[in-house]
Ligand binder design. Structure first.
Ligand code: TYD
Length: 206
């Protein structure tokens, strides 16, 4: 049996990922694909527990390296319990955030640098996305979009942090142009969805 297809979505907080993920899932399902949707940090019982630990605004004393290791731990569990088995069954897996989030938020945002890539090489165990959709939105616009919801520990970080995260994403897009497809997230929902579908159509049927 051929391996399935692995798509991840990336972008800053408030970039509209959830809306676009739901639209892509529905579109792929209508086209007859067996789609599994998951999210990071989370997606398995153990990873959801790690998620609570990471995002709890009460955990103010968490060291940056602890944070990076916890994200990687949640990811290792998700890869082995969910993503790999689903891909082996030939499914399309869509994941809301993956390893690029750790590079953008922990390596660039927190300033942990190369250590984050190293840890994550072990966490993903060779399971990298076939396609990553990056919803590019200026961090100030992103934070104004989420202004009226309750903020988790990461969302509470400073504007300077979110600016570094954004720059990290742009750097990743430049470094991995075959894998990462950047979309301007300031367009309308329909425009963005069309652009994503065009790109997915171009590679999934090969
Ligand atoms: P979530 O509520 O899923 O945010 P969003 O809806 O914006 O995706 O919370 C995940 C938060 O964790 C988000 O602020 C990004 C951050 N994050 C990291 O810092 N590193 C990571 O590796 C991942 C997966 C997420």
């Amino acid at each position: 049996m051929t391996r399935g297809f692995f798509i991840t979505f990336e972008g800053g907080d408030g970039s509209g990922k959830s809306t676009q993920i739901a639209l892509l899932r529905d579109w792929l399902m209508r086209a007859g694909y067996d789609v599994v949707l998951t999210r990071e940090p989370g997606g398995t019982r153990i990873s959801e527990k790690i998620r609570e630990l990471i995002l709890d605004p009460g955990n103010k004393e968490m060291a940056d390296m602890t944070e990076a290791l916890l994200y990687a731990a949640a990811r290792a569990q998700l890869v082995s319990q969910m993503i790999k088995p689903a891909l082996e069954e030939g499914k399309v897996v869509i994941c809301d955030r993956f390893v690029d989030s750790s590079i953008a938020y922990q390596a660039y945002g927190r300033g942990l640098g190369d250590a984050v890539g190293v840890i994550n090489t072990y966490a993903v165990d060779g399971c990298m996305p076939d396609l990553t959709i990056l919803l590019r939105l200026d961090p100030e616009k992103g934070s104004s979009r989420i202004a009226d919801r309750e903020h988790d520990r990461i969302e509470q970080a400073s504007d300077a942090f979110h600016r570094k995260v954004y720059e990290g994403y742009l750097e990743l897009e430049k470094n991995y142009p075959e894998r990462i497809f950047g979309v301007d997230a300031s367009g309308t929902i329909e425009e963005i969805a069309d652009e994503i579908q065009r790109r997915v159509r171009g590679i999934i049927s090969h």
